[in-house]
Design a protein around this ligand. Sequence first.
Ligand SMILES: Cc1cc2nc3c(=O)[nH]c(=O)nc-3n(C[C@H](O)[C@H](O)[C@H](O)COP(=O)(O)OP(=O)(O)OC[C@H]3O[C@@H](n4cnc5c(N)ncnc54)[C@H](O)[C@@H]3O)c2cc1C
Length: 420
Amino acid sequence: MHEAIVIGAGLSGLMGALALAEAGLRPLVLAKGHGATHWASGTIDLWGKDERSPRDALRSIVTARPEHPYALIGVDAVADALARFRAVTEAARYPYVGGMDHSVLLPTAAGALRPVALLPITMAAGDVRAGGEMVIAGFHELRDFYPPLAAANLAAQGIAARGVYLQLPPVPRVRDFGPRTLAQLFDDPAFRKQIGRQLRQQRGSATRIGLPAVLGVRDPLGVVADLQLLSGAQVFEIPTLPPSVPGIRLFNVLRAAIERSGGRLQIGSEVIRAEGVGHILTTLCSEAAAREQQHRVRRVLLATGGIAGGGIRTNDAGLVRETALDLPVRMDVNHAGWFAPRFLDPGGHAIYAAGVAADDRLRPLGVDGWPVYENVAVAGATLAGADTLRERSRTGVAIATGWAAGRMLAAYGCDATRSY
Ligand SMILES: Cc1cc2nc3c(=O)[nH]c(=O)nc-3n(C[C@H](O)[C@H](O)[C@H](O)COP(=O)(O)OP(=O)(O)OC[C@H]3O[C@@H](n4cnc5c(N)ncnc54)[C@H](O)[C@@H]3O)c2cc1C
């Protein structure tokens, strides 16, 4: 019998597993594959839809939109999650900076600007509001990162920037210089020494240099420090297209913290079915390598990533389905209304707000408005009630609800005087 199983290894599942592990429940994480960590930017976006600070936006959501995931758990629980997240990343020597009081504006690989609440310290010098001329540097060998394009777009927004290409030092024959390969090369001090020298030559009057986010897998802080010393400028990372090196680092940090506290991750296991007795879920069935496995369990955290993560599936007949536990999905419009006529429609696309409705303990609700299971909590992109894509709150919701759900599930069964 497992005390706790987490379904999904994205940010929400990992934060939930951490909370359960730190409560001594030795959670097992079952995931079909990696989560969006390996594709997304590695930043934590709490709110970016308008100019308000994340804290102000969240406070108003709590009163105006009670079904929103932030409202279900409350602003204090969001702050609690961020505090734990920051402490864990700091302890792993990969600290995140920022918080709820204001967003930082970071350049993207295309030279657009993106509001971010928490960011790895390796990206901090990229805050465009800090001022100072930038050089954006890259490699011809790295696809989808074009320094001249990024610099031109930044300059068009009034940010002094210049794009340069660096010469890739001779390296053993590699077929594909993707972000991961480059990051491994930066782990080598001799490689970064050669890059640092080129940066000094190219820097001119710039005070900071933006590079693709490939500055090492093992010790990014050490890589940034070396490059700063060699170039004489502040150095920062700009997220690349997938795979995401910052996201992979973050996954590694959270995984290590979970395992240190007694949890375990099993990637490559898809949960395909659940069985229960009344309102208690008792068994999960997973499938890996065409072999079915049954897991008796006391508590379950569903963190399967919604539509983008595979936790919710749709078909062309208009069916919307939750894939692991077969929970009811809240979808407020019919098939014809799923998408707005234009891709960047300011109203967003209704389909992205589809998800599992939950109560303030994040228990999944049935169509009658009562919890389907007492010992299940839902977190992250599988929750209904928010268009997190449009709000730019996807990672914020994932971290905050994952941690809150893990904490609440850990308390399940501890209070004999009332149902959880
Ligand atoms: C390319 C890309 C860029 C992004 N950029 C940003 C960004 O800049 N800012 C931002 O805020 N957000 C961004 N996001 C979105 C954000 O990363 C996610 O929305 C958020 O992290 C969701 O986390 P999650 O834990 O809910 O789900 P996910 O990270 O999607 O994880 C879902 C997990 O559930 C597993 N799973 C699904 N179904 C099952 C099943 N039946 N059985 C077992 N396991 C299952 C999956 O394998 C996965 O491990 C981006 C996403 C992508 C893909």
